[in-house]
Design a protein. Structure first.
Length: 150
C-alpha cells in the first residue's frame, strides 16, 4: 500500500512539473511566433544600389510628399505619398522587387505602409529601406530632381 501511494505521489509530482513547464514555455513560444509575424523585410542602400547598377528589375516607391520627391529622390523612384498609398495600389507591381522609402521619423510610417501592403493587400514582394533618402544621400549615391511623370 505504501509503495502504491509513493508511486501516486511521484506521478502527481511529474504531472505537476510538466504542467508548470508548459505554463512557463507557452508565453515564450507565443511571443516568438508573434515576433516572426512582425518582421519587416529591409534592404540597405548598398543592396539597392547593387540592384540598380546591375539593371535588376526593381520598383522604388518614394512615400514622401510630392514636393520633397521633386527636390531629390532615388533614381527611377515613383512618387506615391504615404497618405495616397491606398488610391495608387494599381501602380505597385505584384511581381519583382518593390522597395519603399521615405524620410519618416523612427520609420513608423513606412513600417505601417509596409504592413498595409503586406497584410491588407497581400503583397509579398516588398521591402523597406530604413535609412531612407538621408542614408542614400549620406553615401553620396546618385539622385534625381525635378518633376517626373510616373
Amino acid at each position: 500500500m505504501i509503495e502504491h501511494t509513493r508511486h501516486q505521489v511521484c506521478y502527481f509530482w511529474l504531472v505537476g512539473l510538466a504542467l508548470l513547464s508548459l505554463c512557463i514555455a507557452w508565453p515564450t513560444a507565443s511571443d516568438a511566433a508573434h515576433d516572426q509575424e512582425d518582421v519587416v523585410d529591409t534592404v540597405t542602400p548598398e543592396r539597392l544600389k547593387y540592384y540598380l547598377d546591375n539593371k535588376e528589375t526593381v520598383t522604388i516607391i518614394d512615400l514622401r510628399p510630392t514636393k520633397e520627391y521633386r527636390e531629390k529622390r532615388l533614381p527611377g523612384a515613383r512618387s506615391i505619398p504615404i497618405n495616397e498609398l491606398d488610391k495608387n495600389l494599381r501602380v505597385i507591381p505584384r511581381a519583382g522587387r518593390v522597395i519603399l522609402y521615405c524620410d519618416c521619423p523612427q520609420n513608423v510610417l513606412i513600417q505601417d505602409a509596409y504592413q498595409v501592403l503586406k497584410d491588407d493587400h497581400g503583397y509579398r514582394n516588398i521591402a523597406i529601406m530604413p535609412d531612407g533618402i538621408k542614408g542614400w544621400v549620406q553615401r553620396k549615391f546618385p539622385t534625381e530632381a525635378g518633376a517626373k511623370t510616373n
